[in-house]
Design a protein around this ligand. Structure first.
Ligand code: AGP
Length: 615
């Protein structure tokens, strides 16, 4: 949700900022802008819509840009104020000497704005960010010290912010400050960077300092100083970032989403690596600090998450209950926060998040921590805010996910839940040892079985072509694949804008069946040999009797359903309990190819952003 990059150093400033914003564009694409220190001035360029428009604008104005020595850039996902040019960042003050970019939401901006208007500030935009620009300028006019002005200003802000500030009178100094929104300072040689996320800088350096809340960074090309809001200097560790620049290239695929779908076999191998390598050995989860005693005292587990991560949580609930016999509740983070009585010291709270920055989940986790619950975080970003709140951690190691629609992070989360449920079962001794071995053996086979799915995309492409003109879909299943139905439908909604609903197959007859006719395809996920198969098949017959077109997603050993279904998609044979790690793949691909046929912007669907850092 918005992206920030700042740079002071020896390279071509426009190229560094542009590259950084390109690598952050998945976080928002309503508008983009840059402020450059050039010819002793602060020059601001902004455009509406995608980053390509800013590139064209900079090309058009290249004669007026000479040798910038530092700059800040921003891509926006609109929250306060519509996506318009006037609301695009950077924002400035009355005199135009100051430029500011901001991620987050300032909750008291209206009060501050009124005070500043009384002091003579003229506001041009509807954004909360412009308030910070006037506030800092106002403080600077009193203190004549930019660092102090930023410190005094942030003390007056309520809400969330990661801000970068530069001022004409303070050459080549970029000041960054954060609270409840991520920000890091990346260290180079004769150059330093500020960014809201690692992809912005990973092509230049792997050394970074993560700012914590209420910290301020004063950055020039040769120096980095971190202080608290009182100006006391803080010694911070320089960390080595775990990511490779290759993660940010499409590597020959048309879209990041397609590349990330194809990465899933290796991602799963990565998740299993070091945790499950021998079917006779227990699962090892080094960073999960829950022993037999703690497990015994637990009266329930609560899993909180949003979107795709919430769907992984639904499968996780099923697995933990089934393998370890512990009662699990799953709740959307944005709803959990209103539940006063459900969490206490004997509840294990599991937060699931690809980004580790989702505001709804962070708020929920903080609430759980305040009730003394042990908090376990499953995330793709062990460097995130959420991971820093964790008592226990499962890093899912999926690598940077660029496509806004989550795919590989979902399978990595699912596999993490398999490992966690087995781990709990091994501690509690709740599973038969032969079944456990069989489970582990099958789990290890999943990557190569997904490779089989990916080796023949023809049936999925044909299905996509046949069904791309339908306006509504229902995805049904029962048991553990209900999560797959929800996730498959979400994928289709997100990237093709087709109305798709995931529904428990048994609930169809309690209402939604009224909608069924030849215009509403029903996609059923059913695995032969499983405990839900026969009943899902009956529900499909009911749908067929109402003339619905039927698509089956089943396994290769299901031989007698072709006469009932219009199209049958198959995955390799797999036990039902493990099938969600595979059934999600054809559904990701189906959504992808339908969106492709419809000419949609697959990697950056409208109105969405990769990490949602507002509640
Ligand atoms: C997934 O395709 C979506 N973009 C979205 O639902 C996402 O899963 C949700 O916003 C939660 O994000 P998180 O996993 O980073 O917390």
């Amino acid at each position: 949700m918005c992206g920030i990059v700042g740079y002071a150093g020896k390279r071509d400033v426009v190229s560094v900022l542009f590259k950084g914003l390109t690598n952050l564009e998945y976080r928002g694409y309503d508008s983009a802008g840059m402020a450059l220190r050039d010819d002793g001035e602060i020059k601001i360029y902004k455009t509406l819509g995608k980053l390509i428009n800013l590139k064209n604008e900079l090309e058009l104005k290249k004669n007026e840009i000479h040798h910038p020595t530092s700059g800040i850039g921003h891509i926006r996902w609109a929250t306060h104020g519509s996506p318009s040019l006037v609301n695009a960042h950077p924002h400035t003050c009355n005199c135009g000497k100051l430029a500011i970019v901001h991620n987050g939401i300032i909750e008291n901006y209206k009060e501050l704005r009124e005070e500043l208007i009384k002091k003579g500030c003229t506001f041009k935009s509807q954004t909360d960010t412009e308030t910070i620009a006037h506030l800092v300028a106002n403080e600077y006019s009193i203190t004549k010290n930019l660092e102090e002005a930023v410190r005094n200003s942030v003390k007056k802000l309520q809400g969330a912010y990661a801000v970068c500030v530069m001022h004409k009178d303070v050459p080549d100094v970029i000041i960054g400050a954060r609270k409840h929104a991520p920000m890091l300072v990346a260290i180079g040689e004769d150059e330093n960077f500020i960014a809201s996320d690692t992809p912005a800088i990973i092509e230049y350096t792997k050394k970074a300092i993560y700012l914590d809340d209420n910290e301020i960074a004063v950055v020039t090309k040769n120096s980095v100083k971190i202080t608290d809001t009182e100006g006391n200097e803080i010694k911070k560790n320089i960390e080595i970032l775990p990511f490779e620049p290759a993660a940010l290239s499409k590597q020959g695929y048309k879209h990041f989403m397609l590349k990330e779908i194809h990465e899933q076999p290796d991602v799963i191998r990565n998740v299993l690596n070091g945790k499950l390598f021998d079917i006779d050995a227990p699962v090892i989860l080094n960073e999960v600090k829950i022993d037999a005693d703690t497990l015994k005292k637990l009266n329930k587990i609560k899993i909180i998450a949003c979107g795709t991560s919430l769907h992984a949580a639904l499968a996780g609930k099923y697995l933990i209950e089934d393998f370890a016999g512990i009662s699990v509740e799953v709740e959307a983070s944005s709803e959990y926060i209103y539940r006063k009585t459900t969490t206490d010291a004997s509840t294990l709270v599991i937060g699931v998040s690809q980004s580790g920055e989702t505001a709804d989940t962070i708020t929920a986790i903080k609430q759980a921590k305040s009730k003394n619950s042990h908090v376990l975080i499953i995330t793709n970003r062990p460097d995130s805010n959420m991971a820093r709140l964790a008592d226990s951690l499962i890093p899912v190691n999926a690598g940077i996910e660029v496509s806004v629609a989550a795919t590989k992070s979902y399978t990595a989360q699912l596999i993490s839940f398999y490992l966690l449920a087995i781990h709990f079962a091994e501690i509690k001794n709740t599973l038969d040892s032969e079944f456990l071995k069989h489970l582990k053996h099958e789990l290890i086979q999943i990557p190569s079985k997904i490779e089989t799915i990916l080796s023949d995309l023809k049936p999925i492409k044909e299905c996509a072509k046949k069904f791309s003109s339908y306006k509504n879909f229902i995805y049904i299943s029962r048991g553990i694949n209900l999560a797959t139905a929800y996730e498959g439908a979400l994928k289709l909604k997100e990237i093709s804008y087709i109305n798709a609903t995931g529904y428990p197959a048994g609930e169809l007859k309690h209402g939604p069946i009224a909608m069924l006719d030849e215009t509403m395809p029903v996609l059923a996920i059913l695995i032969p040999g499983g405990i839900t198969y026969e009943k899902i098949l009956s529900n499909c017959e009911e749908a067929k009797a109402r003339n619905a077109k039927l698509i089956a997603l089943t396994s290769s050993d299901d031989t007698n359903i072709d006469s009932i279904f219009d199209i049958v998609l198959r995955i390799p044979k797999v036990p039902e309990i493990l099938s969600p790690a595979m059934t999600c793949v054809p559904l990701q691909l189906l959504a992808y190819f339908i969106a492709e046929y419809l000419g949609k912007d697959v990697d950056q669907p409208r109105n969405l952003a990769k990490s949602v850092t507002v509640e």
